[in-house]
Each structure stands twice: as C-alpha cells, then as structure tokens.
Design a protein around this ligand. Structure first.
Ligand code: B1M
Length: 211
C-alpha cells in the first residue's frame, strides 16, 4: 500500500519533484486519486497552514509547499471521475478594483485549494461586476476579497452592495482580508468573515460554512 505519510512530508518540505514521484508511485500501487488528495495532499497543506500561523513557516516556505501540492494535484485531477471529490465550496477570489497586489491573495487561494475548496481565480483589479459574474456564471458560493491599499478597501463594500442589489447577498458568503483590513472594517461593511492571514482564512471559511 502506498505511503501517503511520505507524500504529506514532501508537500510540507516543498519538494515538488518528490511529491510528483510519490504521487505517481501511489497511483501505480493502486491508491485512488481521492485517497491521494485526502490522505496525502490536504493533510500536508494543513500542517503548512499550522506552521504559518505560529510563525514557524514564512511566505516562501508556504509558496514552495503550495507549488509542490499543486504539481501533485495536477497529476491526479484528470483521473478524478465526476463527483469523486465534493469540494467544500466554490470560492471566487480576487484583489479588489484598483488594487494590483496579488501575493497575499495567491497565498490565500493556494491554502484554500489545499484545504479542498474549489477556486475561481478572478485575479487582480476585480470590479464588483466581475465578482458577480463569477457567482452567476461559474456558480461560486463564496466571494473572497483581498485589499492591500486603504484607497481600494471600499471596493469590498461596493461589491457587497452589488450583491445586495442583485438579490444575492443571502446566498453568498463574503470573506475579506489583506493588510489594512480589520475585523471592525469587515463588520462595518457587513462581510460574513475576516481573516488576518492565509491559514486563518481556511479556518474562518470552514467555520462559517460549517464544512
Ligand atoms: Co505596494 N503598497 N503599492 N506594491 N506593497 C504596500 C501595500 C504599502 C503598505 C507599502 C508602503 O507604503 N509601506 C502601500 C500601501 C499603503 C496603504 O494604502 N496603506 C503600497 C503602495 C502605496 C503601493 C502603490 C500605490 C505604490 C505606488 O505606485 N506609488 C502601488 C499600487 C499599485 C496598485 O495596486 N494599484 C503599489 C505597487 C506594488 C507593487 C506592484 C510594486 C508590489 C505588488 C506585487 C504583487 O503583489 N504582485 C507591491 C508590494 C510587493 C508591496 C509590499 C512591499 C508587500 C505586499 C505583500 O505582498 N506582502 C507592501 C508593503 C508591506 O507589506 N511591507 C506594499 C506579503 C503578503 C503575503 O502579505 O498581501 O498582506 P499580504 O497578505 C497576507 C494577509 O494580509 C492576508 O493573508 C496573506 C498571507 O498571510 N490576506 C488575506 C491577504 N488577502 C487576504 C484575503 C483574505 C484573508 C486574508 O480573505 C479573502
């Protein structure tokens, strides 16, 4: 039987080549793509998140671990049959309008993906209309907004207002974060959740959605 603990370790260590090798080996030995994801890749990223939260890991370590996870994920994803894995939720993520910072947003995105959420990456400079499109056309049930500039933070409020006007506010969970954003600001604009860092974003969303 494939040793998925070793795969967890290789993700944790950010060893991309080894993660790919172990994933191929596990497939050859008969492990299913679902087992590889649930018992190798997701637990590996979970430990990465824990280490990031207690400052044992910094941004570079998280990025290399996430890349190792994504390379291994790319090998198993095509083998998944429809319905094999039920994503916790589909999350449309982006940096708000006028804001081009994406390092933090990408970290949050990778941690969410590593935790089993399906991602619609809306990119940077995302208008309220574009977030709404991700909900209407791509079926996202969560909007995750990042802002790094005090001048662009109001884009979060405008997006929530746009959801309201479209009659979608009750159906969509809104998570916000980014260096200048605070819990007080999230409460003020009526977001459902706020997280100070990428690992906490995963915890916050799991808690809000109860998944
Ligand atoms: Co910019 N920049 N920048 N910048 N930049 C800051 C943010 C700034 C604080 C620098 C400063 O003056 N000290 C300042 C903002 C001041 C303010 O508004 N309060 C600033 C400025 C002013 C600007 C420009 C206006 C500069 C200019 O042109 N005059 C300009 C704006 C461009 C634009 O967006 N329209 C600009 C441009 C840039 C670069 C393009 C050069 C580059 C961005 C490259 C890129 O992202 N691809 C850049 C950078 C790199 C920075 C700093 C140095 C680093 C930001 C970063 O990536 N941090 C930053 C100063 C600093 O922070 N030291 C600065 C690392 C990243 C992992 O952290 O994004 O905070 P962060 O994400 C964290 C958490 O916040 C949280 O999780 C992440 C991981 O733990 N988080 C979320 C983030 N999003 C979340 C979403 C969530 C939950 C958690 O839920 C959805």
């Amino acid at each position: 039987m494939a040793d998925l603990k070793e795969l967890q370790e290789s993700v944790l260590n950010g060893n991309r080549k080894k993660s790919e090798e172990l994933t191929r080996k596990a497939l050859d030995e008969g492990a299913s793509p679902v087992e590889i994801i649930n018992e190798g890749l997701i637990p590996g990223m979970q430990v990465v998140g824990e280490k990031f939260k207690c400052n044992e890991f910094y941004v570079p370590e998280v990025l290399v671990a996430a890349r190792a996870m994504q390379s291994a994920m790319a090998l198993v994803k095509p083998l998944l049959a429809a319905g094999d894995i039920k994503a916790r939720a589909k999350v449309a993520i982006g940096t708000v309008q006028g804001d081009l910072h994406d390092i933090g947003k990408n970290l949050v995105m990778m941690m969410l993906e590593g935790a089993g959420f399906e991602i619609v990456d809306c990119g940077v400079d995302v208008s309220p209309e574009k977030f709404l499109e991700a909900v209407k056309d791509k079926g996202a049930s969560v909007i995750a907004m990042s802002a790094l500039l005090t001048t662009t933070m109001p884009g979060m409020k405008t997006t929530i207002q746009a959801l309201d006007e479209a009659g979608l506010r009750d159906k969509i969970t809104v998570l916000v974060g980014g260096a200048p954003v605070t819990q007080e600001y999230a409460d003020e604009i009526g977001a459902d959740g706020y997280a100070p860092d990428a690992a906490s974003a995963v915890d916050a969303l799991k808690e809000i959605l109860n998944v």
